[in-house]
Design a protein around this ligand. Structure first.
Ligand code: SF4
Length: 503
């Protein structure tokens, strides 16, 4: 049964923090020793809907791909601010019964992989904190950097931290701000932290949404038109969440912007200006759903262009284009159209592989990938195959897939990757292995080709990727995991040393 944590819920005793802190991580990684890079979180906020909890549930359901480890919803009705969170999938945690315990017309929600802090239930979000400015619930997508001794300083100043999550630092900064109003205190707090954050916050009677000054993570604002009263305002990490709510996309929350929604409507301020935008380009490559509009651009369009550009840059004579499903599909369609080579689903993905599947025989080679993917032999046999994928992280999964396609009778297997080689870890809310485990940080493309046993291997160029995502001076991207050049000053130096220097 899913374990839940209750805070401020009518007729339900608050779950003990001590008990929650003993909870263990939900193991979402056991079925695969070379996972894709993982997005850390998805956030949602709703203002002005009679059943805000259920709306948030639907939006989180659409954002489930951004984190499957835990989820939470906090609601407010002007008086009470209730919060329920648990380990597992959104649909496992929020049964009808649980949703009914969350009344109110305002809500924020979160689905999480994990960021700073361990993955216990205690650090699941939203985090609900009693501060000197009143009760605040916060949900955060991203990762703060350069926190130094901020936590210690706040503790010396009397802050009592209830979690080990860095998101709570923002709430404690709000509580300790000398600013006269809550919105000033939030702006003050946000300007003191560095890193990646798309945040939604809620008090008993207001909802806030903000993005860090560089706009690393996406956050969009939408609206449900209500003919009989004020519109419902919605915020979500991706616009695909709006569709389920029948909300219309209105605009992105801007980098460095703080938006406040009250009974009186929407107000906004720029709490930070003059910093170049560096939105995460990997959202376009892999994380975001293709039916979302991210950083003002449809993800589907970017991926299609990446596939086309890949075909122009490194086309190879072949009989069939095969995506590594699901994330390679859109780029493969673009590649196929550009090259004129037929597209076929030559690998079929099993969508029902559980997150906690334990391999019965770890020693069975390639078992993890075989659980997820199976080749369509009659499409591959005797063919020259171009496989399209969106990344190579450690290289072990790519090798298994290449072997699988060859084992199904392919005459040649050419691997094409719809972004440049991943050579450096991310500090902005994406779970990457350390540099020593990133194959492209330590081996040449030819060495990687040999390792994965492909007939040829090519990556999309950096310029090509930027062009496909419509990069410009006014629409800047972070590409640090492809270049090692980080947009913030602080990074973990040990992590970015060449692997040879660390051994
Ligand atoms: S380092 Fe890579 S994954 Fe991280 S924010 Fe930058 S582009 Fe995105």
């Amino acid at each position: 049964m899913t374990r839940l944590m209750y805070q401020g819920v009518a007729d339900v005793e608050d779950t003990s923090l001590a008990a929650a802190s003993q909870s263990t991580a939900h193991d979402s990684r056991s079925a695969d020793d070379d996972p894709k890079l993982r997005e850390e979180c998805g956030v949602v906020a709703i203002h002005g809907h009679p059943d805000a909890a259920r709306q948030t549930y639907l939006a989180l359901y659409a954002l489930q791909h951004r984190g499957q480890e835990s989820a939470g919803i906090a609601t407010a009705d002007g008086q009470r601010l209730a919060n329920i969170k648990g380990m597992g999938l959104v649909s496992e945690i929020f049964t009808d019964d649980v949703l009914q315990k969350l009344p109110g017309s305002m809500a924020i929600g979160h689905t999480r992989y994990s960021t700073t802090g361990d993955s216990a239930l205690l650090n699941a979000q939203p985090i609900r904190v009693e501060s000197t400015k009143g009760l605040i619930a916060i949900a955060h997508n991203g990762n703060l950097v350069h926190l130094g001794n901020l936590r210690t300083k706040l503790e010396r100043a009397g802050a009592f931290f209830q979690t080990t999550s860095d998101s709570e630092i923002i709430v404690q900064l709000i509580g300790h701000s000398k600013a006269g109003t809550l919105v000033d205190a939030i702006a003050d707090s946000l300007s003191q932290v560095e890193g990646a954050f798309s945040i939604v916050m809620m008090t008993r009677d207001r909802v806030f949404a903000a993005r860090d000054p560089r706009g690393f993570r996406p956050l969009s604002m939408g609206r449900i038109k209500n003919p009989d009263g004020p519109d419902t305002i919605v915020f979500a990490s991706e616009t695909c969440a709006f569709d389920l709510l029948r909300a219309e996309y209105e605009r992105d929350v801007l980098p460095g912007e703080l938006v406040m929604v009250t009974q009186d409507g929407v107000t906004s301020r720029q709490y930070s200006t003059g910093v170049s935008q560096s939105s995460c380009i990997f959202e376009h490559v892999y994380f975001a759903r293709p039916d979302s509009r991210i950083f003002g651009r449809w993800v589907q369009e970017s991926r299609d262009q990446m596939g086309r550009q890949l075909a122009r840059e490194s086309g190879v004579p072949a009989d069939v284009i095969v995506p590594v499903p699901d994330s390679g599909v859109t780029a493969a369609l673009g590649y196929a159209e550009e090259s004129g080579i037929p597209f076929r689903f030559g690998l079929i993905r099993n969508h029902y592989v559980g997150r906690t599947f334990i391999e019965p025989e770890q020693r069975v080679r390639d078992f993890g990938v075989k659980l997820k993917l199976n080749p369509v032999r009659n499409l591959l046999e005797g063919k020259r195959v171009v496989l399209i994928d969106d990344s190579i992280i450690r290289g072990t999964t790519s090798r298994k897939i290449v072997r699988m396609v060859r084992g199904a009778g392919a005459k040649e297997v050419h691997l094409r990757i719809s972004c440049p080689p991943t050579i450096s870890p991310c500090f902005y809310g994406v779970d990457t292995p350390s540099k020593r485990d990133l194959i492209a940080a330590n081996q040449s493309i030819e060495e990687i080709r040999q390792y994965i046993e492909a007939d040829s291997l090519a990556y999309l160029s950096l310029d090509g990727m930027l062009k496909c995502c419509d990069s410009s001076e006014s629409n800047g991207y972070c590409v640090a995991c492809y270049t090692g050049n980080y947009p913030t000053q602080w990074v973990d130096v040990d992590e970015i040393l060449p692997a040879a220097a660390m051994t």
